[in-house]
Write a protein that binds this ligand. Structure first.
Ligand code: ADP
Ligand code: MG
Length: 466
């Protein structure tokens, strides 16, 4: 294949990336590669049938348009499905590789007791938490890809992405999403056994199985499932035997087209004490991260949690908690419960200042940059009234300020186009996209204008954190 073909496809991808919401791009276009450009045909390859179909339904026409614009020629686009690489050197040893039992293995007697019922049969299955569903999960830009991919594999197990690998710092929703996948599949019924477990539990069970000569039973339990959800794989680092077993479990499930989803506190390539062949398998499907939520998302999560727990809490209190606790959703929830408990003790009469006293303060002291602050700054800058930005006026200076505010809001906050549409007077997302593009083009074409926008950006950035 020649360089021109590759470069044409790269340009198409770049343009689509700019036009599409990030998660849509990552899900449907990001993993496609170009195979050939022959005559009137461009041939692409997709990692799965699911992605091929999704792409064809959504973006085939758009891609054809791009080809025509960029190369001046109309072409058909054909997508074929690429099978994942089969690694050489597949290990044929007895998969039940006896692990070295080290003192760090968490296999003390107490755990064992907990895992055994009176008649000696094990009750290892970790129950799915019914509260952790997609409905109770707040979507935001910070978790967009992980959340969309979790939904996709729930709807089309072993078709969309296999495996799905989600990573993030602690308390940002990985376990929640794994349970949500489990609950969804479980409620759907038809599929067969869905198993959720943690890596620690997997390791403990495996060692017990060896001690009790029940290895076959253990192996069967995990290799006969239709979906395997494994939490916190970083705990498998340095556990050779457990990794060995996971490797064979993975191969068996993957080969039989069963869904695998994993989580970790790091991306696969940073799991340095894990066998390379496991790390490479973890990267076969989709790797998605979750970042800490922004202020607006934190408030939305608190609102949802309060509703779920049937707590009545003022918006002002929710906003105070969200401004104080910024990096961990679990801590955010803790803050809410504490605030409610304290308020109950004081018969509901707590001032915001009193609540402040018992909340940790992770805020940087700087205020977060929001869409409404951008609107104000831009309105000020161009001498128009802030409320006209959301309005319908087509007066030149107002329309111009509106376009600029939209552009900056997209660049400096993590709002999607549809959400910006809502925040700019209920406009359609395509209208907002158009404004963004317009300003972007003007910046590219007019150095003076570009300088003007940079100036506003600097002003905004010096006062607020993004
Ligand atoms: P992790 O596994 O990444 O450490 P968890 O999934 O245990 O984090 O999440 C910690 C808490 O935060 C849970 O109660 C979970 O429901 C909640 N949580 C995290 N992210 C979200 C979100 N986007 N929407 C709703 N709740 C969330
Ligand atoms: Mg977790």
């Amino acid at each position: 294949m020649n360089d021109r073909t590759i470069s044409l496809w790269q340009k198409i991808k770049k343009n689509l990336k700019e036009e599409l919401p990030e998660a849509s791009f990552e899900t449907w276009v990001g993993n496609l590669e170009v195979d050939a450009l022959q005559g009137s045909k461009m041939q692409l390859s997709a990692p799965s049938g699911f992605i091929k179909r999704g792409f064809e339904e959504r973006y085939l026409e758009l891609t054809k348009e791009q080809i025509k614009n960029l190369s001046g020629k109309s072409r058909e686009v054909v997508v074929k499905v690429d099978s994942p690489p089969v690694e050489e050197n597949q290990d044929q040893r007895d998969p039940f590789y006896p692990p070295p039992v080290s003192s760090t293995d968490p296999t003390n007697g107490e755990e064992k007791q907990n895992n055994c019922s009176a008649d000696g049969t094990r009750e290892n299955q970790i129950a799915l938490n019914k509260q952790y569903t997609f409905d109770t999960f707040v979507n935001s830009k910070s978790n967009q890809l992980a959340s969309a991919a979790s939904r996709a594999i729930s709807e089309a197990p072993a078709e969309a992405y296999n495996p799905l690998f989600i990573y993030s710092k602690v308390g940002l929703g990985k376990t929640h999403l794994l349970h949500a996948i489990g609950n969804y599949l479980y409620n759907r019924g038809s599929l067969g056994k869905v198993v959720y477990t943690t890596s620690e539990r997997f390791a403990i069970e495996m060692i017990q199985a060896i001690r009790q000569n029940r290895t076959e039973e253990f192996r069967q339990r995990y290799r006969s499932v239709s979906a395997f959800l494994l939490d916190d794989v970083q705990f498998m680092e340095n556990k050779e035997g457990t990794q060995e077993e996971l490797f064979h479990t993975f191969n068996e499930l993957y080969g039989n087209k069963k869904q695998i989803a994993l989580t970790s506190d790091r991306p696969p390539q940073e799991l340095s004490d894990l066998q390379n062949r496991l790390v490479s398998r973890f990267r076969w499907g989709l790797v998605a991260d979750i970042q800490p939520p922004n202020f607006e998302t934190r408030v939305a999560i608190l609102r949802k949690k309060a509703l779920q727990k049937d707590l009545k809490v003022d918006d002002q209190v929710l906003e105070l908690i969200a401004s104080r606790i910024t990096t961990n959703v679990r801590a955010l929830e803790g803050g809410l419960i504490k605030a409610v408990a304290q308020a109950n003790l004081a018969n509901g009469k707590l001032t915001l200042d009193e609540i402040k006293n018992f909340l940790p303060d992770e805020s940087t002291g700087e205020e977060e940059l929001t869409v409404s602050k951008i609107k104000k700054k831009v309105a000020n800058n161009y001498g128009v009234k802030p409320e006209t930005i959301d309005g319908k006026s087509r007066k030149k200076e107002i329309a111009r300020a509106r376009h600029i505010a939209i552009y900056l809001a997209r660049e400096l906050t993590d709002n999607s186009f549809p959400s910006l549409g809502n925040k700019f007077g209920g406009r359609d997302h395509s209208t907002v996209m158009h404004s963004h593009k317009k300003v972007k083009n003007m910046i590219a074409e007019t150095p003076l204008f570009s300088e003007e926008i940079e100036e506003i950006k600097r002003g905004l950035k010096s006062n607020f954190t993004q």
